[in-house]
Design a binder for this molecule. Structure first.
Ligand SMILES: [Zn+2]
Length: 220
């Protein structure tokens, strides 16, 4: 079964069966997401300079089962990123739903924002590329999950081998990293191999995590 905790189906003219978190990043993408199954709506930090209040009003009006992707991007920094993040954290709190965060070159900073806010809702660190000790703090000090894309560095392999499986999720980030949600198959296989367990054990844990975060919703 395909399990993908971060896909942008708004940019793929194709349907997939499985557990797929269809994730928005722009106002156009948010409007293109089918309002069924499990989806997250959000404005990514790259849009901080130009975002409009009505983009956020739309997100709130849809009552999505998750907010994302939102966050901070150190590579394309703009001072309004913090404001855009805070406004969307407010929406997630109002709706009491998990968040999916983008944290490129800003992992510590984002972790700090959440800690300071005493963040209690589940948070998925999409495409986590930060330090290993911070990954542990995300898991122990927040209700945090580390998401693994179909790209394995030495550090990511070490993390995949030793973090608690119940705190790990997998993603394609398609069509930008993986071609489509099936790219998560190789992530699942890699994690299984690194831990010396069967891919079906990885899958079972991922299904439980999915159910804990999103209930039984399946995107068909
Ligand atoms: Zn993405």
């Amino acid at each position: 079964m395909i399990i993908d905790f971060h896909a942008h189906l708004c940019d793929l003219n194709k349907d997939f069966d499985g557990l797929i978190l269809n994730t928005g990043y722009s106002d156009a993408c948010n409007h293109a997401i089918p309002k069924r199954g499990v989806f997250a709506l959000g404005i990514a930090p790259q849009y901080a300079e130009s975002f409009k209040p009505e983009w956020l009003a739309y997100i709130e009006s849809q009552k999505p089962p998750a907010i994302g992707e939102i966050g901070l991007d150190g590579k394309y920094w703009h001072p309004r990123q913090m404001e855009l993040l805070r406004l969307q954290l407010d929406i997630a709190e109002k709706l009491s739903v998990p968040i999916v965060v983008h944290s490129r070159m800003a992992e510590e900073k984002l972790f700090g924002v959440l800690l300071k806010r005493h963040w209690r809702l589940p948070v998925i660190f999409h495409f986590y590329s930060g330090p290993e000790d911070l990954a542990e703090r995300i898991i122990t000090e927040l209700d945090g999950y580390i998401s693994f894309p179909p790209r394995f560095s030495a550090r990511r392999r070490r993390l995949a081998a030793r973090l608690p499986l119940t705190r790990m999720v997998i993603e394609s980030d398609c069509p930008y990293v993986g071609e489509d949600p099936t790219a998560t198959e190789k992530v699942k296989a890699e994690i299984a191999q690194l831990r010396g367990i069967d891919p079906t054990d990885v899958e079972q844990t991922l299904v439980s995590t999915w159910q804990r975060l999103f209930g039984k919703g399946v995107l068909k």
